[in-house]
Ligand binder design. Structure first.
Ligand code: TUI
Length: 314
């Protein structure tokens, strides 16, 4: 069986964290992932603090296993969201799209495990000094808000720089990816796009179908000029987005369009006008499966791969 120290640290069976996807990371998905032995995550994303509180309550009703909340640091409600996770004694939080440094001691004092998403060695070093629980190194292969480095290039450099456990994210959706993550120095993986295409995820069937139909070159990064680049499936909106960017539309305006469009994709299934956030690995995903099957298949495949890799040593 595949296990690592991440399992002991988080109290989970398999070293797999579900990406805290905005709109799609609801109680339904998070509780399914936690019940299957991974770490389920609620995507606070652009949800209001009141809404996320409801999702936390729903998740607690559906699982007695650890779960977490992802706090998106570009959200205007970050401070309130931090208060909510403390009030609700959420076991784990991940953070994204910013530096959560100012909130670490408050969260740790409340007994919450903190796993910031980082996209550079510099931020990893700074947060390691604040003794966060672990770091999620998310490469630009991932969907949604991305940095500049690839998972492949970032992991070994981060593993060299810090001693705390690392979780690899971006470009991982199967046993090969999990095995590779261990080789790169990670102690586990975070996956978003794979779990988006699960039976339990509430994302609209049209969005899931668009991922199933995607190939290796179906995604692009938009809004690079705005300082908040976002990886999405190519469609009418992403082409319009690229045009607005070229015309110099402000980054606030682009963010606003992006937020409304993410809801349109996930909830309404608008595959033309919606923001279909998905990672480069979308082309590998060919079936919508139950969360438990996804997790068990990936861990069993990784186990086989790691065992067979032993044969390379003579
Ligand atoms: O947060 C994500 N991915 C997301 S959040 C999201 S919600 C959204 N909704 C509408 C428009 C745009 C987004 C969709 N996808 N991933 C975590 C992540 N964090 N990836 C990269 C980073 C990151 C980047 C820079 C983290 C820290 C950072 O710090 C800058 C620095 O100071 O080094």
């Amino acid at each position: 069986m595949i296990k690592s120290e991440l399992c002991e640290i988080l109290g989970i069976k398999y070293p797999i964290i579900q990406g805290g996807m905005a709109w799609a990371g609801t109680a339904e998905l998070a509780s399914a992932v936690s019940n299957a032995g991974g770490l389920g995550m609620l995507g606070a994303g652009v949800m209001s603090p009141a809404r996320i509180k409801e999702e936390i309550k729903k998740t607690k009703e559906r699982t007695d296993k650890p779960f977490g909340v992802n706090i998106y640091y570009l959200s205007p409600d970050v401070n309130e969201l931090v208060d909510v996770v403390i009030e609700e004694a959420v076991p784990v939080i991940t953070t994204g799209a910013g530096n959560p440094g100012k909130d670490i001691s408050k969260l740790k004092d409340a007994g919450i495990k903190v796993l910031p998403v980082v996209a550079s060695v510099a931020l990893a070093r700074r947060l390691a000094r604040l003794a966060v629980t672990a770091l999620i190194a998310e490469g630009m292969e991932g969907g949604g808000h991305v940095g500049e480095l690839t998972t492949m290039a970032m992991l070994p450099q981060m593993a060299q720089a810090v001693e705390i456990p690392l979780v690899a994210a971006g470009g991982i959706a199967d046993g090969r990816g999990l095995a590779a993550a261990f080789a790169l120095g990670a102690r586990g993986v975070q996956m978003g796009t794979r779990f988006l295409c699960s039976e339990e995820c509430i994302a609209h069937p049209n969005f899931k179908q668009a991922v199933i139909e995607a190939t290796d070159r179906s995604t692009i990064v938009t809004a690079r000029n705005s300082g908040h680049p976002v990886r999405v499936l190519k469609n009418r909106l992403s082409r319009r987005f690229a045009q607005l960017e070229a015309e110099g539309v402000s980054k606030e305006e682009l963010m606003k369009i992006g937020e409304g469009a993410l809801r349109a994709a996930v909830i309404d299934g608008d595959v033309n006008g919606g923001s279909l956030m998905a990672g480069q690995i979308a082309g590998l995903i060919k079936e919508i499966k139950p969360v438990k099957e996804i997790i068990e298949e990936i861990t069993a495949d990784a186990e086989g791969i790691i065992k067979r890799m032993g044969h390379l040593v003579h």
